[in-house]
Design a protein around this ligand. Structure first.
Ligand code: HEC
Length: 159
């Protein structure tokens, strides 16, 4: 009796898991060059470029690199939600559309989030060990963001 019930539950779960695979969230993919404006304006040194692409762009740009398991529902839903949320707060691919004071503010938040260890998200570094930042990497990222703010604070100043 009991094992029958367990079997039934098992089959139901399996069928549900297969069924949700047919509903795929839209993938986050962009044309090449989507980061050109951001990179040209803020001119990050090579080390910082690598940190940004290895640890931030997946959730903060229009292009995510998807590992195989991220395509499997329900992980795919969970991830799509993170990307939506991350991009809504900060999207490097849309840098050209931000006014100077917003750019300045985003860089200020990068400093805060990275210093406090909030970013990149733990749930991400758990699966992407290469995105775990060393102290030196954190400092390089923070130094670049801090320095680049000057560019926008100066520009934002009224004539
Ligand atoms: C797995 C996805 C993910 C990764 C990777 C990630 N973030 Fe985030 N980020 C988010 C989400 C989601 C938010 C929205 C706030 C929250 O829910 O914590 C956020 C918020 C932020 C904010 C706050 C923006 C605002 O206006 O409030 C900054 C700044 C930020 N992230 C910077 C970074 C940097 C820099 C990196 C790389 C070192 C990074 N993030 C990596 C998902 C991510």
């Amino acid at each position: 009796m009991r094992s029958n019930l367990v079997k039934k539950i098992g089959w139901t779960l399996l069928i549900a898991l297969v069924a949700i695979q047919f509903y795929r969230p839209e993938l986050n993919t962009a044309e090449p060059g989507h980061l050109d404006v951001f990179l040209e304006e803020t001119n990050p040194p090579e080390e910082v470029r690598e940190i940004l692409s290895g640890a931030c762009y997946d959730c903060h740009s229009n292009q995510t690199t998807y590992p195989w398991y991220s395509q499997v529902a329900p992980v795919s839903y969970w991830l799509a939600d993170h990307i939506d949320h991350g991009k809504g707060n900060l999207n490097f691919s849309e840098w050209s559309g931000y006014p100077a004071d917003r750019k300045d503010h985003k860089l200020e938040e990068i400093v805060e989030e990275v210093k406090s260890g909030e970013m990149p998200l733990n749930s991400y570094t758990w699966a992407h060990s290469e995105a775990r930042l060393s102290e030196t990497e954190r400092q390089a990222l923070v130094a670049w963001a801090d320095r680049t703010r000057a560019l926008y604070t100066l520009n934002a100043r009224p004539e």
